[in-house]
Design a protein around this ligand. Structure first.
Ligand code: HEC
Ligand code: HEC
Length: 267
């Protein structure tokens, strides 16, 4: 069947214009040639309950681990509220983040999934950085996990530790040292489950504040890192490294005199 131009436009008009039920989230953003409405970017957020988010993250963990847990805790609630495009999001892709990306121990999956959420809802780069900075600083500096589930999968007391790092390797290992448990054990998984719940909760608190125009950064880098950055990171004289992680978590053996290095050199 050949459609006239008018019929095609009519079909597209109906697809884009009818905001019936679940298609509301995709309203007003034009359509593909076949009439399917295009999802707008960034996707629409709605204020969420931080405690419900924590519960969802905790229970999601068993299906896809840390990154999946935090990411889906939010998108599943928005799927309940808006339907599409949330309902079709291939959340299973987030399983890759487990164990610091496929077991590499790099970026903790809980914060990776949370930062992906920020990227889904916030368009401006400087705002993304502000929100992620707050989340990552919180993760590095807070004694975690705090969350205690109503029905714990493993009903034991879980020790709290400060990671001083967003790296899975460091975060997990520091917790093992504090708790006396080994990695790849049920207690360690229970810790990461609860940590995912805390991280999802914090993310929703940050997003709620941002979209209510009441976000303001509360945390800052530790003192050492603040001293290092003006000599070594973006915009500094040497500018020979990049990043905002706690410098001391890796460069812990630098002598105090190091802080005067620039002064000697400038003579
Ligand atoms: C006053 C400026 C200044 C400050 C503050 C400073 N550095 Fe440096 N840093 C230097 C200079 C200059 C060098 C030598 C660079 C070269 O020789 O190429 C250096 C070298 C380094 C090196 C490589 C060589 C080495 O000594 O191991 C590391 C790593 C380093 N700094 C880390 C840090 C960290 C971490 C901090 C914060 C705790 C810090 N720096 C604070 C100026 C500074
Ligand atoms: C996760 C561990 C880790 C963290 C966190 C970290 N670094 Fe490094 N850094 C390294 C490693 C590994 C090297 C490479 C050392 C080498 O090759 O000699 C390095 C190298 C450097 C160098 C040497 C660059 C050069 O040209 O020789 C500087 C300077 C440096 N880091 C500064 C910093 C500062 C400042 C921070 C905090 C903002 C920081 N690092 C955080 C691991 C880390």
């Amino acid at each position: 069947m050949t459609l006239t131009r008018r019929e095609v436009l009519g079909a597209v008009g109906i697809a884009a214009g009818s905001c019936a039920l679940s298609s509301c989230a995709m309203e007003g953003m034009g359509s593909f040639q076949d009439g399917t409405p295009k999802p707008v970017f960034p996707w629409r957020y709605a204020e969420l309950d931080p405690d419900i988010t924590a519960q969802r993250a905790y229970s999601n963990y068993k299906k896809g681990y840390c990154m999946y847990a935090t990411f889906k805790s939010v998108t599943s609630q928005l799927a309940d509220k808006y339907g599409e495009p949330y309902r079709s999001f291939p959340v299973n892709m987030m399983i890759y983040g487990a164990g610091g990306v496929a077991g590499w121990g790099s970026l903790c999956g809980a914060v990776n999934g949370s930062a992906a959420l920020v990227g889904l809802f916030v368009k401006k780069e400087d705002e993304i950085k502000q929100l992620v900075d707050e989340l990552f600083l919180w993760y590095q500096q807070t004694e975690l996990p705090v969350y205690v589930p109503q029905k714990p999968a493993l009903n034991i007391e879980i020790a709290r530790s400060v990671s001083s790092s967003v790296l899975c390797h460091v975060s997990c290992t520091r917790w093992c040292k504090v708790s006396g448990h080994k990695t790849f054990t049920n207690p360690q998984k229970e810790r990461c489950k609860r940590l995912s719940a805390d991280t999802a909760k914090k993310t929703v608190e940050i997003l709620n504040a941002h979209f209510a125009s009441r976000f303001s950064a509360a945390l800052q880098h530790d003192e050492k890192t603040r001293q290092c950055m003006p000599c070594h990171t973006k915009g500094s004289k040497l500018q020979n490294t990049r990043g905002k992680m706690e410098c001391n978590s890796c460069h812990s053996s630098l002598a105090d005199e190091h802080m005067n290095k620039g002064n000697e050199q400038s003579v």
